[in-house]
Design a protein around this ligand. Structure first.
Ligand code: GDP
Ligand code: MN
Length: 382
């Protein structure tokens, strides 16, 4: 789960990282009131899950009430690469002497946390990594030891931080690492990590992604994320414990088990089709779950045909077939379904489907023929 900047900053603050105090608001009047209370100059910042807000006009300095009102009016509702701004963060503007970059993430190949630091902050770090890779310091951390102050000082020194702020940068890195570990983040990034003219080190921006698999350890995280901009279908899927990822094609994919669904996407693509989603109903899918999954798929209006790919292990194909029959009775889909049932009770499952004589349902024996069929059907119905 990705956090909005201000939510990330609040987590930072709890772990001792310096951030500016501020206020999250959703109306122009509240923005102006917050700015008056905080004191000018303030910075008015769009809260969307998208980087490059500054360039897109979503970060503006205001030196008085009039400017605060003007910026809040312009930024609320602003579309930043498809993300509509519904929340503003107002904070006291900082003076900037230098902009650095710092992050902690998981290095999957090393199977260790990775700390990155650069004095080239404020710009896109991908550009630094490409054009001047020597200016981006990367160091793995031993997860059993954690990021010690000594290692952090070494990173800041190697990265070329100004001598008088080496300790301040090291403290920020240690705090950022603590955020990453204790909040179960997969990414904790500060760009820019600034040095003020009076030589304080401070996080001016925050990009934090939390690991959803650890959500149960953090009941206090439940309200975080960009709740106002969630895809309603994804919300419904999450409530029903179904893994659903929206893609931009026109073939609805439903399977049980992430591995099966992923290979189904591949086989459909190989046949020239374009999946509209990734939907994993999970192991042990029963009739009710199948019905919910069908409903989720059909609520995406781009879907022109559905491929149902079930491999029965714990999941019983007869249960799945019953779920499909119930879903058809309830939802009366108008798009064709291709169904491939294999594994536990597959013969019985196909019998159930045959007996129900569902309109527009095609049973296929193999994954390959099912994919070919669904691609053909999706083409026809365009
Ligand atoms: P991003 O564009 O989405 O990465 O948003 P940031 O929060 O990083 O802000 C973009 C840029 O706005 C920063 O790199 C700064 O240069 C500038 N900025 C943000 N906050 C302040 C502030 O308090 N004071 C000043 N002087 N500039 C700021
Ligand atoms: Mn930034």
């Amino acid at each position: 789960m990705d956090l909005l900047e201000y939510q990330g900053k609040q987590l930072f603050g709890r772990h001792g990282l310096a951030v500016s105090d501020g206020k999250a608001v959703t109306t122009v009047d509240d923005a102006v009131a917050a700015a008056n209370e905080i004191g000018y100059p303030v910075v008015v910042k769009a809260q969307v899950l998208m980087g490059g807000r500054g360039k897109a006009g979503g970060v503006k300095l205001a030196s008085n009430e009039e400017e605060a009102r003007e910026h809040a009016t312009n930024i609320l509702g602003l579309d930043i690469k498809g993300h509509i701004t519904r929340t503003l963060w107002i904070e006291h503007a900082s003076d900037i002497a230098t902009e650095y970059y710092a992050s902690v993430l998981l290095d999957r190949s090393a199977k260790k946390p990775l700390v990155m630091f650069s004095t080239e902050g404020g710009v896109e770090i991908e550009t630094v990594a490409e054009e001047t890779p020597e200016k981006l310091i990367k160091e793995n951390v031993d997860p059993l030891v954690g990021l010690t102050r000594e290692q952090a000082i070494g990173i800041a020194t190697k990265g070329g931080a100004d001598a008088d702020v080496i300790e301040g940068v090291a403290d920020a890195l240690v705090a950022l690492y603590e955020v990453w570990i204790e909040e179960d983040a997969s990414l904790a990034e500060i760009n820019p990590l600034i040095v003020t003219p009076d030589r304080q080190v401070k996080a001016l921006d925050a990009k934090v992604s939390l690991d959803g698999n650890a959500a149960f350890r953090h009941p206090d995280h439940a309200d975080l994320g960009d709740k106002a901009n969630l895809d309603p279908i994804e919300v419904q899927a999450a409530e029903q414990d179904v893994v659903y990822v929206k893609l931009d094609g026109n073939i609805g994919i439903l399977g049980n088990g992430a591995g099966l669904v992923m290979s189904t996407l591949d086989v459909v693509a190989q046949h020239g089709g374009s999946p509209a989603n990734f939907l994993d109903a999970g192991g042990g899918s029963d009739a009710e779950k199948v019905k919910q999954a069908v409903q989720i798929i059909l609520s995406n209006e781009n879907v022109k045909a559905v491929l149902f790919n079930i491999f029965g292990g714990i999941t019983r194909c007869d249960e799945v077939a019953n779920g499909l029959v119930a879903a058809f009775a309830d939802l009366k889909p108008t798009v064709p379904f291709v169904v491939r049932l294999d594994g536990t009770n597959d013969v019985l499952g196909r019998e159930i489907l045959e007996k129900a004589a569902l309109p527009n349902v095609y049973a296929e024996k193999t994954m390959d023929s099912a994919a070919a069929k669904v691609v053909e059907l999706a083409k026809e119905s365009r």
